[in-house]
Design a protein around this ligand. Structure first.
Ligand code: ATR
Length: 307
């Protein structure tokens, strides 16, 4: 439906893309093409399965073909840090790149996003790496759960790639207490050390709290499979002690954790908001314009849930 508003492909059409491995189930093309069409841009957003061994070549290829920008998803976000010429503060802070903006050096010597050049693009092009995952999470917690992170007490499940970015973002937002829980305790301990070093003002520890908290946040992959149980051991921490629960998983829409949290009377939200907001921010980075959030939300929900 929304695609109907896009101009037909033509020789002047410009491209953005997402690279991942696997990529087939990515909702980003639906999300971004709805946004591009609503902005009236003759741009398209496509998805490519790129093996990590070929990531550097794929980024080079996109640059050579004057793509506007890229998104990177699993397993490319860490690898790409060494494959761009410039790292934005966001990518440096979180140590991962999920958005690349290609930029060309204009006649006045200033680097400008490729999307800003209407006609011919100057020859010298660089890749500028950003990260929009952390801000996406922060915005989703604020808007979907009404969370005020500063001063909040939070239980974080997971210390993998997503868990690390979440922990650092929570610490950067000045949560007062952060409880890290992970199947492999050594990874939670390593994350704890990083937080203590970078955010000494945050009380952080490994293990379940003995008191009520404002938020339980799931950043593990437990819940992705329909048969998965909740990643939280309720003998260690009962959900009635949590005010709100956020699950980064968005497919299925309701995980066992969210079901249990609802039953315990918690406010709940799944990861669709985080996905939406990391995408709206990427679109803004490429276009320099305000993203049409509601159009993009609708396209995303339609793509994921068929609603
Ligand atoms: P992502 O980039 O999505 O974070 P990841 O880095 O592989 O992916 O991390 C997956 C997270 O889910 C980790 O915290 C992982 O725990 P381990 O560090 O012990 O591997 C967690 N996880 C995955 N499967 C799990 C399971 N069956 N039970 C508990 N935790 C699990």
């Amino acid at each position: 439906m929304l695609e109907a508003f896009a101009q037909p492909l033509n020789a002047a059409t410009r491209y953005c893309a997402v690279f991942g491995h696997p990529i087939r189930h990515s909702a980003s093309p639906a999300l971004q093409n709805a946004g591009l069409a609503a902005l009236g841009l003759d741009w398209r957003y496509v998805a490519f399965e790129v093996h990590p061994d070929n990531l550097r070549d794929a980024i080079r290829g996109a640059r050579a073909m004057k793509f506007i920008g890229l998104n990177l998803t699993v397993p490319h976000k860490l690898l790409a840090v060494d494959m761009v010429e410039v790292l934005d503060e966001s990518a440096r802070t979180w140590g991962a790149v999920n958005t690349i903006r290609f930029e060309a050096r204009a006649k006045d010597g200033v680097w400008r996003p490729l999307g800003y050049f209407a006609e011919s693009v100057p020859g010298e092009i660089r890749a500028h790496g950003f990260n929009t995952d952390a801000t996406g999470l922060g915005r989703a917690l604020r808007e979907d759960l009404g969370m005020e992170l500063a001063g909040a007490k939070v239980v974080l499940l997971g210390a993998g790639g997503a868990g690390r970015v979440a922990a650092l973002k929570l610490a950067a937002e000045n949560v007062s207490q952060l409880f890290l829980i992970n199947r492999t305790p050594a990874k939670a301990e390593a994350l704890l050390e990083e937080i203590k070093h970078r955010f000494p003002g945050v009380f952080a520890s490994v293990g379940h709290p003995g008191h009520a908290v404002d938020l339980v946040l799931n950043a593990t992959s437990v819940g992705l499979k329909p048969e998965d149980n909740s990643p939280l051991d309720e003998r260690q921490f009962p959900l009635r002690q949590a005010r709100a629960v956020y699950d980064m998983i968005y497919r299925p829409a309701e995980t066992a954790l969210l079901r249990a949290a609802k039953a315990a009377g918690c406010r709940v939200a799944n990861g669709v908001g985080m996905l939406l907001y990391q995408g709206t921010e990427a679109l803004e980075i490429w276009t320099g314009r305000t993203a049409p959030v509601e159009v993009m939300r609708k396209a995303l929900l339609n793509n994921i849930y068929g609603t």
